[in-house]
Design a binder for this molecule. Structure first.
Ligand SMILES: Nc1nc2c(c(=O)[nH]1)N[C@H]1C(S)=C(S)[C@@H](COP(=O)(O)O)O[C@H]1N2
Ligand SMILES: [Mo]
Length: 433
């Protein structure tokens, strides 16, 4: 019996199974690798010619898995080669990558699919040499090592982070019908973040009662900085060093970042090296030239920290196509920086009628909430919308309401209702209202 295994990059491996108790003799062509080595290589991602990436999309006419020995345990697991979710890249050093929201289930974002936004690339930081300086209006200016930070009592919470530029494409009067949940709203991810509460650190250094702001500065090539009101530190801000149970990824700010639950992603300064307490904002480039919202009277609103309620259907959406009339479970995410999502409504007729979606547990504050709505598609044209209401009673507006509240050139904090038009042939287009 001969099976042909092939992988992109021209590696092909032939396996010969002899007629003797299913013993497998591996033989390869070309690169001196056995099938077992190929599998181990995919799993261990330990360098060498074959990496997890090289085996992506592995096409296999695999033997009956009950007739051959399975693969051995590995030191680091990997995704099935049949599953190839990817982030969507744009830009280079000053670029971003977007989470494939339409490929995910539940609420947690796998760490390697977490969105990224860097203003000048990802720095390489040696954790042994990492230091966080806290100074300014404090009794005891202090340099903390990473180990110092880990000795404090830990906080751990499931939280979303979202770039305030997320959904900017939906402001367009003629949005691209080929948008996907990822291209329109993929600057959104959810992880369990663990670290030390900023209130703990600020008590440790003896923060002055009259300090009203602190600045956070990163050690990336952009030396990105933001000013943050002290109230956020006393409320729920943290210095995070872990994400989904492991050290945070270099892309997310390794070895430590500021994390401001529910606030625009930009202020959660990654690779943080310095916090300085003061009695005024520092007016960094990223809070004057950027991340401000023009208003109709010609002024601009600064420090729009909190992310307002929002939702997006992630299934069914472009480029998927409904194959036949019948049951379709519409599903997506809702989230708000103001606390809990209280309600999500779904419309299948462009907003003429609305139905309550089921909110899947857990429903957590400042975290994405998964919603579902069971729909019977009759095979005719439909227009799917979702709208979220948060615990303050605030409901997601339509696009025109947001535009009326803002001045020309608005780019950030786009939380208007998203939509998807289904044609009778089952094809789907991005179509907000
Ligand atoms: N030091 C530093 N911190 C940063 C940035 C940066 O470029 N440098 N980008 C910010 C922006 S704009 C966002 S939206 C979030 C993105 O976090 P993530 O890449 O972990 O998703 O990090 C913020 N913190
Ligand atoms: Mo951002």
């Amino acid at each position: 019996m001969r099976q042909l295994w092939s992988a992109p990059g021209g590696v092909s491996v032939k396996n010969e199974i002899d007629g003797n108790g299913g013993d497998v003799k591996d033989r390869e062509e070309g690169s001196g690798l056995t099938r077992r080595a190929l599998i181990a290589g995919a799993a261990a991602a330990a360098g060498g010619a074959i990496t997890a990436g090289a085996t992506r999309g592995l096409v296999q006419d695999a033997p009956d898995p009950t007739k051959v020995p399975g693969a051995r345990p590995v030191v680091v697991g990997s995704r099935s080669p049949h599953e190839t979710p990817e982030k969507l890249l744009s830009g280079s050093m000053g670029g971003s990558s977007r989470t494939p929201l339409q490929d995910l289930h539940g609420i947690v974002t796998p760490a390697d699919l977490h969105f990224e936004r860097h203003h000048h690339g990802i720095p390489e930081i040696d954790p042994a040499r990492y230091r966080l300086l806290i100074h300014g209006m404090v009794d005891r200016p202090t340099l903390f090592t990473l180990e110092d930070l880990k000795r404090f009592p830990q906080v751990s919470k499931l939280l979303f982070i979202e770039c305030s530029g997320n959904g900017g494409g939906a402001y367009s009067p003629s949005p691209n019908p080929q948008n996907t949940p990822q291209s329109i709203d993929g600057l959104l991810s959810t992880s369990e973040w663990s670290g030390v509460a900023l209130s703990t650190l600020f008590e440790e250094v003896g923060a002055h009662a009259d300090a009203t702001w602190f600045l956070a500065e990163g050690s990336d090539a952009a030396v990105m900085g933001r000013s943050i009101p002290m109230e956020k530190a006393w409320d729920d801000a943290m210095i995070a060093y872990a994400q989904n149970g492991e050290a945070i990824r270099p892309e997310q700010g390794y070895p430590a970042r500021v994390f401001l639950p529910g606030w625009e992603g930009n202020a959660s300064v990654k690779w943080v090296r310095r916090l300085e307490l003061s009695d005024r904002p520092s007016m960094f480039r990223d809070e004057t030239s950027k991340y401000t919202d023009p208003l109709p009277d010609g002024t601009a609103r600064q420090f729009s920290f909190v992310m307002d309620a929002k939702s997006v259907i992630t299934y069914p959406t472009y480029p998927r196509r409904l194959s036949e009339p019948g049951f379709v479970e519409i599903s997506g995410y809702a989230w708000t920086g103001r606390g809990l999502i209280e309600r999500v409504e779904v419309s299948t007729d462009g907003g003429d009628s609305w139905h309550d979606a089921v909110l899947q547990e857990p429903v957590l504050p400042k975290c994405t909430t998964r919603f579902r709505y069971g729909w019977e598609w009759d095979g005719g044209p439909a227009h799917l919308l979702s709208r979220a209401t948060d615990e303050t009673g605030y409901t997601q507006p339509v696009r025109q309401q947001v535009l009326d509240a803002r001045g020309p050139g608005t780019r950030y904090h786009s939380n208007a209702i998203r939509g998807w038009r289904v044609a009778s042939d089952g094809s789907i287009e991005f179509a907000p209202v």
